[in-house]
Design a protein around this ligand. Structure first.
Ligand code: NAP
Length: 248
């Protein structure tokens, strides 16, 4: 058990929500980041508080550096930062690269890549023993798309997750001597609303037959891996990328 703070970007729904609940159950004080769905974020906070946990909801579009600075300021006022889960991520509607606008690609990279790196920057400043911090853990949400490339669907998204993988390995090495571990999870097909935001709510179930385990995964199955990574049980794990994908 810990009473440290975990910042979860996109903690209002899907994998982030499940992670917020699981981290709170392990004693973390949870900062639930959200982009626009305040009601969903408040519900996560209520669920945690009902079980005597501690949580706050903070609006933060990770495509905005100002929002990220405000998120970490709120976290500072809430306690000592022990973990960051870079979970916020977006997909676009299925398209071939030749039909993608510059705006779409730039937004994808701003949220999935730059946002994650800027949040990690703020976390490292606070956690690094080199800067007087107590150490900590950063978990990045990648995707098996980083390996598959997602042709005819969202190559831009897959490329953004490839960048997350490289960032995980590099940052992990950079801060390994400063008490900070960095790891990534590559989820496979997980039953959340992200598929609806890409224009196809049933996408995960439609493709389930292509998963070696023949089923989609749940947000809780990803959250279980994340809370293990941010726990001391994973004390020798860094610069590592873990597929949680039913074999996909
Ligand atoms: P989701 O159900 O669509 O939930 C997205 C969450 O991120 C929501 O809390 C949303 O906040 C927040 N969010 C969206 N845009 C944001 C922004 N610009 N800034 C800050 N927060 C933002 O997504 P999910 O399926 O749980 O996915 C979570 C992560 O796992 C993503 O990085 C995704 O790429 C990755 N992943 C998912 C799957 C899958 O099959 N589901 C597979 C591989 C990887 P609001 O509630 O305010 O909108």
């Amino acid at each position: 058990m810990t009473d440290k703070v975990v910042v979860i970007t996109g903690g209002s729904r899907g994998i982030g929500r499940a992670t917020a609940l699981a981290a709170a159950a392990r004693g973390f004080r949870v900062v639930v980041g959200y982009a626009s769905n305040q009601a969903a974020a408040n519900e996560v906070v209520s669920l945690i508080e009902r079980k005597n946990g501690k949580a706050i909801a903070v609006k933060c579009d990770v495509g905005s550096e100002a929002d990220i600075l405000a998120l970490f300021k709120a976290a500072d006022e809430f306690g000592t930062l022990g973990a960051l889960v870079n979970n916020a991520g977006i997909v676009g509607p299925s398209a071939r690269v030749e039909d993608m606008s510059a705006e779409r690609i730039q937004r994808m990279m701003a949220v999935n890549v730059t946002g994650s790196i800027l949040c990690a920057r703020e976390a490292v400043k606070r956690m690094s023993t080199r800067k007087g911090g107590e150490g900590g853990v950063i978990v990045n949400l990648s995707s098996v798309a980083a390996k598959l490339g997602s042709p005819n669907t969202y190559v831009d998204y897959a490329a953004s997750k490839g960048a997350v993988d490289s960032f995980t390995v590099g940052l992990g090495h950079e801060v390994a001597g400063e008490g900070i571990r960095v790891a990534a999870i590559r989820p496979g097909l997980i039953d959340t609303e992200i598929h609806a935001s890409g224009g196809e709510p049933d996408r995960a179930h439609r493709l389930a037959h292509m998963v070696p385990m023949q089923r989609v995964g749940t947000a809780e199955e990803i959250a279980n891996a994340i809370v293990w990574l941010i726990s001391d049980e994973a004390s020798y794990v860094t610069s590592a990328i873990l597929d949680v994908s039913g074999g996909r």
